[in-house]
Design a protein around this ligand. Structure first.
Ligand code: SF4
Length: 494
């Protein structure tokens, strides 16, 4: 019987380097691989925008086989385009089992070419080098002379001033030597991968750090489902390699770990709370923390977004820009919280509006409580560094910040329902019974994607308003939740 010959593209090659089981599923049981989630899709969309901008650095370039789906036709059109000696975008070549479609193939001299791979990251990663090694292998095997390999990535020193300047936004790194070193291993890697793909059943591979390196594997739901809720990966600040070692040795439930396992104080508290089913409460620690909070209390939370291509002036690539805040103000003990909020409306820089409102609302005294306060402080400071008329004001409010994460990070309180997490998403339901579950938008990553989608995307007004309401609900719960948490801590300390 003749065996089928799989073509291995650069993405499948990288899958194969990450895990042979993942590779096998791609060719033999693709229907069991879940579709990309919204977050992954947004990363792809961003990569597409970055790729389009990079083409501006190669004027006169030709889009090869755009929209063409027929594999043979794409190869034929790519080969035909070579004679024009112009930059080629997405030209495809194959050699043996390897198939590659490079972002930019740039002509040099009379017969040579450079490979330019565009990445939306701010640095060259190992995975990019493997990616290029496969491409170079396919191209050279198809008869092209490749003299150099480059990664064109985002320059994180760039600060937008006016129109985006692609020449400044991108940094070009020569990786010819590194790719040359990896090139030698490509043929044997490909042979092994072809053997894996042709196996009747998937290879038996244990879960491990590779499930998230270099990318989160989409098969985790399938491969990790044997883990119980309280498994070693949930141990607070426990090294992941050690957690996987315990799992491989059959220690799946942290309540049953042998005494020989070296645990820190917090991990021991976590396990003891689980075993007894009761929360751990350090009354004195909670009391000392609450002593630092003064009325009126301002519970503040920001939502932010960061894009590879800065949307506004004075912004760097991926800089987190606040677009929304929620503020609950409690004037005095026992008083009902008053709610204020801000959600950027439109496409202009939201920072001046946020600073103006907060300067008015935060008053001259009282604590500003945030969950993981360094984040809120950093966003405010960076905004004030640009809008310098607020610099003095920021200096005056900075000492008033109190971090509500602190008592949970210190394990002054730990509830077994937190499952080893001190985040507000784990603490709020465990401590107060109030949860994020019923909300359409239930975490910061989704909030930022949804804001960008309804603000800059092509959506109708009804959808836009619906999402804006959901954003308000989500951010409001963060600060309302903080007020509830402080109230509960107060009861414990009394
Ligand atoms: S979850 Fe881990 S073991 Fe399973 S296919 Fe993915 S990388 Fe491989």
């Amino acid at each position: 019987m003749r065996q089928f010959t799989p073509f291995i593209s650069k993405s499948k090659y990288l899958n194969g380097l990450q895990c042979h089981k993942l590779l096998w599923f791609h060719y033999n049981a693709k229907d069991q691989i879940p579709a990309f989630d919204a977050h992954t899709q947004a990363i792809f969309d961003q990569g597409h925008l970055v790729g389009e901008l990079a083409k501006k650095l190669y004027p006169g370039g030709i889009e090869v086989a755009r929209g063409e789906r027929d594999f043979g036709k794409i190869l034929e059109l790519s080969k035909g385009a070579l004679s024009q000696r112009k930059p080629l975008f997405e030209a495809a070549f194959k050699s043996g089992n390897a198939f590659a479609r490079v972002d930019i193939l740039n002509p040099v001299g009379r017969n040579d070419w450079e490979i330019v791979e565009v990445k939306s990251s701010t640095e060259v990663k190992d995975v990019n080098l493997h990616d290029l090694a496969l491409q170079r292998y396919a191209y050279e095997g198809a008869g092209l002379s490749i003299t150099k390999c480059f990664i064109l990535h985002i320059n994180n020193e760039y600060v937008r001033k006016g129109e985006i300047e692609p020449k400044k936004l991108f940094a070009k790194t020569d990786v010819t030597n590194e790719v040359g070193d990896l090139l030698r291993s490509v043929p044997s890697n490909l042979r092994t991968m072809v053997d894996v793909i042709r196996q009747k059943s998937f290879p038996n591979i244990e879960i491990g750090q590779h499930c998230n390196d270099p990318y989160g594997c989409p098969l985790q739901e399938l491969c990790w489902k044997f883990l119980p809720e309280h498994n070693p990966l949930t141990l607070y600040y426990f090294k992941k390699d050690k957690a996987f070692e315990l799992i491989h040795d059959g220690h799946l439930d942290i309540r049953k770990l042998p005494p020989s396992v070296n645990l820190g104080d917090k991990q021991q508290i976590q396990i003891d709370a689980l075993r007894t089913g009761r929360p751990h409460i350090d009354k004195e620690g909670i009391h000392d923390f609450l002593e630092r909070i003064e009325y009126p209390i301002y519970y503040l939370d920001f939502e932010t977004f960061g894009t590879a291509i800065p949307l506004y002036d004075d912004v760097r690539p991926y800089e987190q820009i606040p677009f929304q805040f929620s503020l609950h103000i409690v004037e005095a003990e026992g008083k009902k919280p008053k709610h204020e909020s801000f959600l950027a409306d439109g496409k202009s820089d939201p920072r001046p509006g946020i600073l103006k409102r907060l300067k008015k609302l935060l008053g001259a005294k009282g604590s500003i409580v945030a969950y993981n306060a360094p984040f809120e402080k950093d966003k405010l400071k960076k905004a004030c560094d640009v809008f310098t008329e607020y610099s003095n004001w920021y200096q005056s409010i900075e000492p008033r910040f109190v971090d509500l994460l602190a008592p949970f990070k210190s394990f002054h309180y730990y509830n077994p329902d937190q499952c080893g997490s001190a985040s507000i998403k784990a603490v709020l339901p465990a401590l107060t019974g109030k949860s994020y579950e019923a909300l359409e938008i239930a975490e910061g990553g989704t909030a930022s994607l949804e804001f960008l989608r309804v603000t800059f995307g092509d959506v109708d007004e009804k959808e836009r308003q619906k999402v804006r309401r959901q954003l308000e609900e989500y951010c409001t719960l963060d600060t309302e939740g903080m007020a509830m948490i402080v109230e509960e801590l107060g009861k414990m300390a009394r």
